[in-house]
Ligand binder design. Structure first.
Ligand code: PRX
Length: 671
């Protein structure tokens, strides 16, 4: 490990490139950690990539409980992988039943903290032991069966951050139904499109959810989703037969007889015994929709054995999880981080996972630190965008609370700028907690590049080195490896157990999106460089996908939402750097003849996008333009728009631009 002189970094994410500080794990941490030395990591890593079948065969035996052994560890016919072929297991069994009859049975599986009603009032709290969680999952699995759900059926889960979200996921897994969790911030339109795409038979929702003191009307949105029609007048969500409604806010909701049933009433009809189905290792576990570079989200498919092994092992080694940890991943279960590191990874390890229902700054900006203090949280895993917001709100908020229980910090979702890393390290971690900056994606299922906290020296802004079995490489346009410290595209060269198995219903798009850049290799869509120590520095997306506050948003999706408005002729959406959100959305819009580009229309368009997709996709800026810069062949020149949106001088190649006056006009458009 070469140690460079410490450079004081400038503000902004680009300062990652100048970062040279190195932090070794504190000795006290390293002494206790599972992997204590880089040489041990390197030995295991080498085995995992040189003899993957041997490595994964051993790990799968050690880590998981199988009902039936596999015939073959890996069957790889690019781009399709099958792991533990012929093996049988159940995810819910591995997360729950296996802990019964052990001391873990009476340990807290989920600690849940609700949103406080008002300042000064404590939030509601609930704790479910493994024993209790098992019982509730079995009961709810029987409710699913009673309502016509069986193996292979798709179930949409559209719930707030309450334990029932985890219960619903585990109950689906128990009976072999495929869940698709939809984040509660998505609109009725987005819910309907997802139902349509996977032909879901059931929706599990709540009368409402609490968010910053307001009620989010989830059931109302489901009702609206179930009524929506496509352009031919066909009901989009016609496949839904039943809606199960959890009572959370006691809001008035309409219950359609024959279709809608109450969660609590259904529970009275069932018993608590429900054996776990023996599932094929390759049986689908869940579909999770994520943005891509077209207008339509992709249904990323994950299966059973490989996925569970991936999340179990990464939770064990990256978070170095121990029996007495109180582990808190702040992600919502609607995102992949919530799937892998709120629910499946921690529970498979018999850990205590904390779930929080509300926002980080409600009722006050110290909400997170109050929770850390209250429950003596030991491991915290959150997003750089949250860290940057905390920095902005000021040190006085964390300083009000005792954070000395923390022993490890993690980040995920976007590149972390060194300033935010240092703040997290010093103010939250008190300089004693290692930071694991974990790079991965919805598609990868589990963490791919990350420090191991007991051994990997960290550099602020780098996700450092690959996890076992992961072979990343940075390549150029032709797919050839680039020299160290040169930017390029990040690819993964070998299959790994928790990899996606496809895009639901769209094998062509799966091949095109991920497997057509470099033959036989997985293309991540991210730009990256590797430094002289072999550390990976992921800089962000290089496709038409933006990362806004750690959420992936496809520019094409926002564009198609904008042009669906009656007054919009054309729209182009690009990102510009934002201090807190990482990237902000800027939309360039031309209006139809007769329409006035007024501030009122701007607000109307923002609300329209919120209605079509969800509030998180609202453009931060909408700039009206007379025309968009296009090449002579009619392609919108996004690169130019990006430069204009970021306030940079337009310096790119404009030789193919059709009308030069367009740029001058766009630059003149300021408000
Ligand atoms: O661009 C990378 C960024 O987030 C993308 C994946 O987004 P999503 O599928 O929504 O999953 C987020 C949670 C796993 C990646 O393509 N990303 C994620 N983690 C990091 C990151 N960029 C830099 N550093 C990270 N640690």
């Amino acid at each position: 490990m070469k140690k460079k002189t410490t450079s004081s970094s400038k503000s902004g994410i680009t300062s990652v490139l100048q970062e040279g500080r190195v932090f070794s794990p504190p000795e006290s941490f390293a002494k206790e950690a599972r992997i204590k030395s880089l040489s041990k990591y390197r030995k295991l890593y080498r085995e995992s990539i040189n003899e993957p079948e041997r490595f994964w065969d051993r790990e799968a035996r050690e880590e998981l409980v199988w009902f039936k052994e596999w015939r073959k560890v890996l069957q790889w016919k690019a781009p399709y992988a099958k792991w533990f072929v012929g093996g049988q297991l159940n995810v819910s069994y591995n997360c729950l039943d296996r802990h019964l009859g052990t001391p873990t049975a009476n340990k807290a599986a989920i600690i849940w903290e609700g949103e406080p009603a008002e300042p000064g009032k404590p939030g509601e709290e609930r704790t479910l032991t493994y024993h209790q969680l098992h019982r509730q999952v079995c009961q709810f699995a029987n409710v699913l069966k009673r309502n016509g759900v069986s193996k292979g059926d798709r179930v949409i889960i559209y719930l707030p951050m309450v334990p029932e979200a985890a219960i619903a996921m585990l109950a689906c897994a128990r009976i072999g139904a495929i869940h698709s969790v939809v984040f509660g911030g998505f609109s009725a339109q987005s819910v309907a499109e997802r139902i349509h795409d996977c032909q879901a038979k059931m929706v599990i929702t709540a009368d409402g959810g609490f968010r910053r003191g307001e009620v989010v009307a989830l059931k109302e949105k489901v009702d609206e989703a179930l009524e929506l029609e496509d352009t031919n007048g066909t009901t989009l969500a016609g496949s839904v037969e039943k809606v199960i409604v959890l009572q959370r806010t006691a809001s008035d909701v309409e219950m359609q007889s024959g279709r809608d049933v109450w969660w609590h009433e259904e529970l009275r009809q069932v018993d608590t015994s429900c054996p776990a189905e023996k599932m094929d290792s390759e049986a689908p576990l869940y579909i999770l929709y994520t943005s891509g570079s077209t207008g339509k989200p992709k249904g990323i498919l994950h299966t059973t054995g490989g996925y569970l092994l991936g999340v179990k092992m990464t939770t064990k080694y990256v978070f170095d999880i121990r029996d007495d940890d109180v582990y808190w991943c702040t992600a919502d279960v609607g995102w992949v981080t919530g799937h892998s590191y709120v629910v499946y990874g921690p529970l498979a390890n018999g850990a205590t996972t904390l779930m929080y229902e509300g926002a980080p700054n409600f009722p006050e900006p110290d909400r997170f630190w109050q929770i850390v203090d209250k429950y003596s949280v030991t491991i915290m895993y959150t997003a750089p965008t949250a860290i940057r917001a905390f920095m902005k709100w000021g040190d006085q908020w964390p300083k009000r609370h005792d954070l000395s229980s923390l022993r490890l910090l993690g980040t995920v979702g976007e590149p972390i700028n060194p300033e935010a890393w240092m703040w997290y390290y010093e103010v939250i971690g008190g300089k004693r907690c290692p930071i694991v900056d974990t790079w991965w994606q919805t598609e990868t299922g589990a963490i791919m590049i990350s420090p191991l906290p007991g051994t990997t020296p960290t550099k602020p802004g780098s996700a450092t080195l690959p996890f076992f079995g992961v072979v990343p490489e940075v390549v150029d346009e032709d797919g050839k490896p680039v020299p160290k410290n040169t930017g390029g595209k990040l690819i993964i060269k070998q299959p790994w157990p928790s990899m996606l198995r496809g895009i639901w219903g769209d094998p062509e798009r799966y091949k095109q999106t991920y497997w057509s850049e470099v033959k036989g290799c997985y293309f991540t869509g991210d730009g990256c460089r590797q430094d002289e120590d072999g550390y990976f520095w992921v800089v962000g997306r290089i496709d038409d996908v933006l990362n806004v506050s750690g959420h992936r948003i496809g520019t094409a999706e926002v564009e198609s939402a904008l042009v669906s408005h009656s007054k919009v002729a054309e729209a182009a959406v690009v990102g510009r750097p934002d201090e807190v959100k990482g990237q902000a959305l800027v939309a360039f819009v031309t209006v139809k003849g007769g329409a006035d580009p007024t501030p009122k229309l701007r607000e109307e368009l923002r609300s329209h996008v919120a209605k079509e997709i969800g509030p998180m996709a609202k453009p931060d800026d909408i700039r009206f333009a007379e025309a968009l810069p296009k090449t002579r062949s009619g392609k919108i020149m996004r690169r130019l728009l990006k430069e204009i949106a970021s306030g940079e001088e337009v310096k790119g190649d404009t030789t193919t631009l059709e009308d030069f006056t367009v740029i001058a006009k766009l630059q003149g458009e300021e408000d």
